[in-house]
Structure formats: C-alpha cells, structure tokens
Design a binder for this molecule. Sequence first.
Ligand code: GLN
Length: 220
Amino acid sequence: KPVIGVLALQGGVAEHLAALERSGADARPVRRAEELAAVQGIVLPGGESTTMTRLLDTFELYEPLRERLAAGLPAYGSCAGMIMLSREVVGEDRELPAVRPLGALDVVVRRNAFGRQVDSFETDLEFAGIPDGPVHAVFIRAPWVEKVGADVQVLAEVPGTAPDDPDATGRDAAAGRIVAVQQGPVLATAFHPELVGGDERVHRYFVQIVRARLGSAAQA
Ligand code: GLN
C-alpha cells in the first residue's frame, strides 16, 4: 500500500484520512518532519491558508515540505490545500500573516473567489480522467484558478456564470472557472471531495498518481 500523509496542522484532516484508507492507501497524519520524511504522497486539506502558513512555520514544516514537493513528492490539495500548493495567490488578503504558497503548481489562485454573498455551494462537475459520470463538488469559501502555466492540465471547470459578483475580478461572467488542475504528480481541487461520503473517485485518482510514481521509481 502506498503511504500517504495528510498534513494535520489544521482543517479537514480526518475526512481525508478516511477517504484515503477507503481508496487503498496507508494514510497517516503528518505533523512532524520525521513523519513527512516517511510518506510517499501528501494531502493538504482544506482550512485556512493563512493559518496553515503560520502553523507550517510553527511546526518547522514549511521548508521540509517545500523541499520534498520540489523533489517531486506527489501531492493533492483541496481548497486551502490548493492555495498552499500554488505559486501565487491573489485576492483580498486583509488577514496577517499572509499566505505563503509552496509553489508546487504553476498556477495563480484567487482566494474566496466565488464572492461574499455565496460562501458555499454544491454542484456536479465533469472531471477529466475520472470515469463514471460527474463528481459532486462541495465549495466552501473556495478559491478558483485564475492562470495556469503551460504544463498544467485543467481537469474541471464550473461552467458559465459565476454564482456571484463576477465583476469583482474583472472577468467575463460567462467564462468557466477552473476548479481542478494537475501538473505531473500534483493534483488540486478548489472543492472538497472528502466531504462527499461514498464517492472516493478523486482520492482513488490521487492514489493512482502515487502508485504510478512509485512504479516508475522502482523501474529507474
Ligand atoms: N477560504 C479559505 C482560504 O482562503 C479556504 C476555505 C477552505 O479550505 N474551505 O484559505
């Protein structure tokens, strides 16, 4: 079984651990550098990216995590986890200290992008690479991906008009909003598949990424 850690400083840790176990992984919480060193993949859960940045510093995990990601550790971030994996964050940032993203994904994300009036919503999304129909997506004060680099694949978009106040970002209200991306072994969703009981397809997809990585490492 691939050993997959869930960064357990804050946020939706238990749900990810459970979904990973159901997807065939040996899932473990990660709070210390020694625990990080033992994993073959890592999940960054939802929560608050400002708080997560601060706690990564407090637990002296920021640099070790950034280094492992730079060395190709497979990673999956949901919501705040997506923000942490990005290379640049835009949007209101009145809280201090600011988010310091880890730069594992060549994307620019906008925090709390879907607007203030609509804090959360749910919808069904086509997800490239995931079979058997749309994925139910729960968005909670979610980011979206505003720019992607050349090596980034877009896996899912919320089509059409944003639920709320698209003018705030100056973007075409009719344009799709990118909410799932992959770059090599790094996956991110703006939504929370771990909150949808009984459907582990996104987690299985990530476990497959980790397995593929381990397979190619064994052959090398
Ligand atoms: N709004 C949060 C942030 O900016 C993310 C919310 C979530 O993870 N559900 O970090």
